[in-house]
Design a protein around this ligand. Structure first.
Ligand SMILES: C[S@@+](CC[C@H](N)C(=O)[O-])C[C@H]1O[C@@H](n2cnc3c(N)ncnc32)[C@H](O)[C@@H]1O
Length: 403
């Protein structure tokens, strides 16, 4: 396997691959069709096409490790100092207004947030600039994959509601407004995961911990909000005999997901559909899951999806949604945390974050008829740098009562 850190070896290997292709020997069609993309793949990851782009992404990844680690500790310590200086308790419950009053104008806390912001904006820009510089080729590649298998692709451009038309977490064009949203999201989030997900390890780990129905019947699986389809692919790999569907509101997301699954040779069906209006029959699926969907849609959409999951899950099936606060993580309550989530809402365009954090998922699920069981210990899904990620805490496991 190539490792991008062994640059000379990798470049030489890619070059000899192309040379072999030119001589008409067996070659990777992707390399043949992309003169702008000579750097091949590492495991599941198609390498970024240029070394300088890779270098700047590597820098941003490293910088994010620093911001999420030591700089966060520094900002928290500074917040404690300021709160204590006001005669208040930093661990006490706070409103956003109270938090901003004490912390809002502090330059140390401000530079922490600005560092986070600059890395985020640069991350999207780098990737997008590269894609747009070669837009025709990237589009042609996607168009060719649209009609290829394994797996199917269904697009329904008319379904996108206004609430989805935001540039969530500052991603240019958001999930629905840029034809390359899937490419941008995939490489951007590799940076977000600080190197821990380059091989989809987080998604593979999450797919691996989803509990199976008691009767062990797993014929059909649905992942909503599938994004680039990483978990849907991992689910198909875990349950090769099941029919797996990945759906998402964004056409560019499912197009990219489909293209990637075709590349990987994994048979998953992708469709542009709303989670809350999935179009699947009653009692259809044995497992329904999603990952990081709910904090990116209105609370009402999440509630509607929980109802839809109950309708489309068969009795005895398992519903396993995963997001920041669907499981054991406690929604923000102290001043620094309130400011942190407010900041993401206001400046990182996490439009739905605050109303999402106010939802009681266990109660919502019970309301529609699910049996809810809370898992007590948070499994580790990635050994690499997982300590920096709070995403993989165990969510609620919910099931439909068998009849
Ligand atoms: C943060 S991304 C997560 C994507 C993917 N699950 C992953 O693991 O990277 C959220 C995804 O959920 C999709 N989404 C959000 N609300 C949705 C809804 N109500 N119906 C369908 N897709 C939705 C977005 O379009 C986006 O692709």
């Amino acid at each position: 396997m190539l490792n991008r850190r062994t640059l000379f070896g990798a470049t030489a290997a890619a070059a000899s691959f192309v040379t072999a292709a030119m001589k008409g020997r067996k070659a990777n069609a992707k390399i043949l069709s992309h003169d702008f993309e000579p750097r091949g793949t590492v495991g599941r990851l198609e390498r970024l096409p240029k070394l300088d782009l890779q270098s700047s992404e590597d820098f941003l990844t490293t910088f994010r490790v620093l911001v999420n680690g030591d700089m966060t500790k520094m900002a928290r310590a500074r917040a404690d100092e300021l709160i204590i200086a006001k005669g208040l308790d930093p661990n006490a419950e706070s409103t956003v207004e109270e938090a901003l009053e004490v912390l809002g104008d502090d330059p140390i806390i401000g530079s922490y947030f600005q560092s986070w912001n600059s890395a985020q904006q640069q991350m999207w820009k780098n990737i997008r600039d590269e894609i747009y510089a070669n837009a025709d080729a990237y589009l042609a590649e996607m168009e060719a994959a649209d009609k290829s298998g394994p797996g199917t692709l269904e697009l329904n451009p008319g379904i996108v509601p206004d609430w989805a038309k935001y540039e969530i977490h500052q991603q240019p064009g958001g999930y629905v407004g840029d034809p390359f949203a899937g490419h941008i999201y995939h490489y951007g989030t590799n940076d977000f995961y600080m190197g821990a997900n380059d091989q989809d390890s987080i998604h593979v780990g999450l797919a691996g911990l989803i509990p199976i129905p008691r009767d062990k019947q797993i014929n059909r699986i649905h992942e909503t909000g599938t994004g680039c389809g990483q978990m849907a692919v991992a689910l198909k790999e875990r349950f090769p005999d099941a029919e797996v569907w990945g759906t998402d509101i964004g056409a560019p997301m499912v197009r990219y997901a489909h293209m990637r699954a075709v590349d990987l040779g994994v048979d998953v069906n992708f469709a542009q559909r709303l989670a809350e209006d999935s179009k699947f029959p009653d009692n259809h699926f044995d497992i329904i899951t999603n990952y990081l969907q709910y904090h990116e849609c209105p609370a009402e959409s999440s509630r509607a999806h929980i109802r839809e999951a109950f309708r489309t899950l068969r009795p005895g099936g398992v519903f396993y949604p995963i997001d920041f606060f669907t499981g054991l993580l406690v929604p923000p309550r102290t001043a620094f945390d309130k400011m942190y989530y407010w900041w993401h809402h206001r400046w990182n365009v996490e439009v739905w974050y605050e109303e999402y954090a106010s939802l009681d998922f266990a109660a919502e699920m019970e309301k529609v008829g699910f049996e809810v069981s809370k898992r007590r210990s948070g499994p580790r899904v990635s050994k690499q740098r997982a300590d920096n990620l709070s995403l993989e805490r165990a969510p609620y496991v919910t099931g439909r009562k068998p009849v």
